[in-house]
Design a protein around this ligand. Structure first.
Ligand code: NAD
Length: 482
C-alpha cells in the first residue's frame, strides 16, 4: 500500500524539537484562531470521506461501516471541542483564602508537546481524535501510530495541515515499541492507548521522567441481561457490542450474564442473529463484519476458542477461520458452558468471540461482572431503565451503558476511561481537554498587607490569637462568606 520510514532516535528528537519550536507561537493564538483551523479540518474530513474510508479499510480489512464509525467519531469529537473547548479552558474562579480582600483563579496552560501512542484497531480515530483537544488547548502533538496501521494517521495529519495547521505542530513518527519508548523520552505529556501490558511499561517510563500521562487500556467488558429486558433489542445490542469492528474494540462485550429464566430464549435469538451476519471484505456497504487485523491475531483469537472448547466450552455458532474470504477472517462466535476460571472468561480476546453465562440473580451477575482485573465499560439491560441504572452503578467500570453497548464512545461530553487495569485518566468532556493542560493557580490580594500571611504576622500575643479564634468561630456561622 505504501512505505513509511521507521524513525531513528535522532528523527524522533528532531521531530519533537520542531514541534516544540512551533508550539511557542501556537500557544499564543486565541482559542478562536486555533478553532478556525480545526473547523476546516472537520469539514475537510467529511468532504474526503471516500479517501479516508478506503485508506482505513485497506489498512485494516475492516467493514466499510466500521471505517465510517471512525470518521463520524472524529467529526463528533471535533464538533464537540470546537463548541465547548473554550468554555472548558476558561479560567475558573475559586473561593479565596480571605473573602473580599483576596481573590483566586486557576488558569490552564498547555503542556508543550503531547505524545500520542496509538493502537491499530481504530487507526484514523485513535490516530487523531485525542490530538484535537490537545491542539485546541495550545499544544503541539507527536503521534506514534501502530506499526500495523501507519497510513491512516498520516492521512489524518496531512488533512490537518491542508486545513491550515503548521506541519510542525502535528508530527507523526513511525516504528514499534522502541519508537514509542523513545518518544516518551522527549515529550511533555504522554497519552497512550493500547494493551495493559504495554501501558504498564509506558507508565514506568513516564514515571522516570515524572511527566503526566493517561492510559486507555484493555477491557473484558460485561453485559448483564435481566428478566424484563426486551430480548430482541438486547440481542441486537449484543451483536453490535460484540461484533462491531470484528470485536476489536476496547469496549467490546466479551462476557454476557443472563438471568436463567430468559437464558435459553436470549441465546436462541443471539445465535440466530449471529448466523445471519455477512462476513467478508468489500469497499461497498454490504458486509456486517470484516477481517481481523492480521494472521497472527486471528491465530491468537482462534487458539483462545480452541482452548475454551478443550476445557469444556460449547460453540453455539461460529468458531471457524474463513480462509475462503482471506487469511485473517474469523467467524463471529458465541460460546456457552464457560466457567469463570477459563482463560476465555478472564483475558481480553479482542476478537469476535463472546461467552454467555446463565445467572440466578442480578446480584450474582454484578458479582461475576466485577470479578475481573479489568474495568472499562459495561452494558445493562433490564425491564425498567431505573432498575438497570441501579445495577449499572454497582459495576466496577469507568463507564456503564443502559439499553445499549457502545453508546459511551459517542457521548462526547461524558468522561470515558477505565478503572483497575483498564487505565488511568479520561478522554472526552472537560477531562478530555483539561488533561492536556497544567493548572496554574493565581491568588491575589487587593493590597499588600491585606493577605492571610500579614494577618498572621499581627498575632503577637494570646489576646490577638484568642480574637482570631473568636473570628473563626463566627466565620463558620456566616453562610455568605464561608
Ligand atoms: P499494543 O499495546 O501492543 O500497542 C499500542 C501502541 O503502543 C502501538 O503503537 C505500539 O507500537 C506501542 N507500544 C507497544 N509497546 C510499547 C512500549 N513499551 N513503549 C511505548 N510504546 C509501545 O496494543 P495494540 O495491539 O496495538 O492494540 C490493542 C489493545 O489496545 C487492546 O488491548 C485494546 O483493548 C486496547 N485499546 C484500548 C482503547 C481504550 O480506549 N481503552 C482503545 C483502543 C484499543
Amino acid at each position: 500500500m505504501g512505505h513509511v520510514p521507521v524513525a531513528t532516535a535522532g528523527d524522533i528528537l528532531d521531530a519533537v524539537s520542531q514541534a516544540r519550536e512551533a508550539q511557542h507561537c501556537w500557544k499564543r493564538l486565541s482559542f478562536v484562531q486555533r478553532a478556525q483551523i480545526l473547523g476546516r479540518f472537520h469539514d475537510l474530513i467529511l468532504d474526503r470521506r471516500e479517501q479516508i474510508l478506503d485508506t482505513i479499510q485497506s489498512e485494516t480489512g475492516k467493514a466499510r461501516r466500521d471505517a465510517f464509525a471512525e470518521l463520524i467519531t472524529v467529526a463528533g469529537t471535533a464538533r464537540y471541542y470546537l463548541a465547548h473547548g473554550a468554555q472548558h479552558l476558561r479560567a475558573k474562579r475559586h473561593r479565596p483564602a480571605v473573602p473580599i480582600i483576596t481573590s483566586a483563579e486557576t488558569v490552564y496552560k498547555p503542556h508543550g508537546v503531547v505524545g500520542l501512542i496509538t493502537p491499530w484497531n481504530y487507526p484514523f480515530l485513535l490516530g487523531i481524535a485525542d490530538a484535537l483537544p490537545a491542539l485546541l488547548a495550545g499544544n503541539a502533538v507527536a503521534i506514534k501510530p501502530s506499526d500495523l496501521t501507519p497510513l491512516s494517521a498520516v492521512l489524518a495529519r496531512n488533512l490537518l495541515v491542508e486545513s491550515g495547521l503548521d506541519p510542525n505542530l502535528a508530527v507523526v513518527v513511525h516504528g514499534g515499541a522502541e519508537a514509542g519508548a523513545e518518544l516518551i523520552r522527549h515529550v511533555d505529556y504522554i497519552g497512550f492507548t493500547g494493551g495493559t501490558e504495554a501501558g504498564t511499561k509506558v507508565a514506568v517510563a513516564a514515571a522516570e521522567r515524572l511527566i503526566p500521562l493517561s492510559l486507555e487500556l484493555g477491557g473484558k467488558n460485561p453485559m448483564i441481561v435481566l428478566q424484563g429486558a426486551r430480548l430482541t433489542e438486547a440481542a441486537t445490542g449484543l451483536i453490535a457490542g460484540a461484533f462491531s469492528n470484528s470485536g476489536q474494540t476496547c469496549i467490546s462485550v466479551e462476557r454476557v450474564y443472563v438471568e436463567e429464566s430468559i437464558y435459553e430464549e436470549f441465546a436462541r435469538r443471539v445465535v440466530e442473529k449471529t448466523a445471519g451476519l455477512k462476513l467478508g471484505w468489500s469497499n461497498s456497504w454490504d458486509m456486517d463484519m470484516g477481517s481481523l487485523i492480521s494472521r497472527p491475531h486471528a491465530d491468537r483469537v482462534l487458539s483462545r476458542v480452541e482452548r475454551a472448547v478443550d476445557e469444556g466450552a460449547r460453540v453455539l455458532v461460529g468458531g471457524k477461520r474463513r480462509t475462503d474470504l482471506g487469511p485473517s477472517f474469523v467467524e463471529p462466535t458465541i460460546l456457552a458452558n464457560v466457567n469463570d476460571a477459563m482463560a476465555i472468561s478472564r483475558e481480553e480476546t479482542f476478537g469476535p468471540v463472546v461467552a454467555l453465562y446463565p445467572v440466578h440473580s442480578a446480584d450474582e451477575a454484578v458479582a461475576r461482572a466485577n470479578d475481573s482485573e479489568f474495568g472499562l465499560n459495561a452494558s445493562v439491560w433490564a425491564g425498567g431503565e431505573r432498575r438497570a441504572r441501579e445495577v449499572a452503578r454497582q459495576i466496577e467500570t469507568g463507564s456503564a451503558v443502559v439499553n445499549a453497548t457502545l453508546l459511551i464512545y459517542n457521548s462526547f461530553d461524558v468522561p470515558m476511561g477505565g478503572v483497575k487495569h483498564s487505565g488511568i485518566g479520561r478522554r472526552h468532556g472537560e477531562h478530555g481537554i483539561l488533561r492536556y493542560t497544567q493548572a496554574q493557580s493565581i491568588v491575589s490580594s487587593i493590597a499588600s498587607g491585606a493577605g492571610y500571611d500579614s494577618l498572621l504576622a499581627r498575632i503577637k500575643n494570646q489576646r490577638t490569637a484568642n480574637a482570631f479564634v473568636a473570628a473563626l468561630r463566627m466565620w463558620r456561622r456566616l453562610p455568605w462568606i464561608r
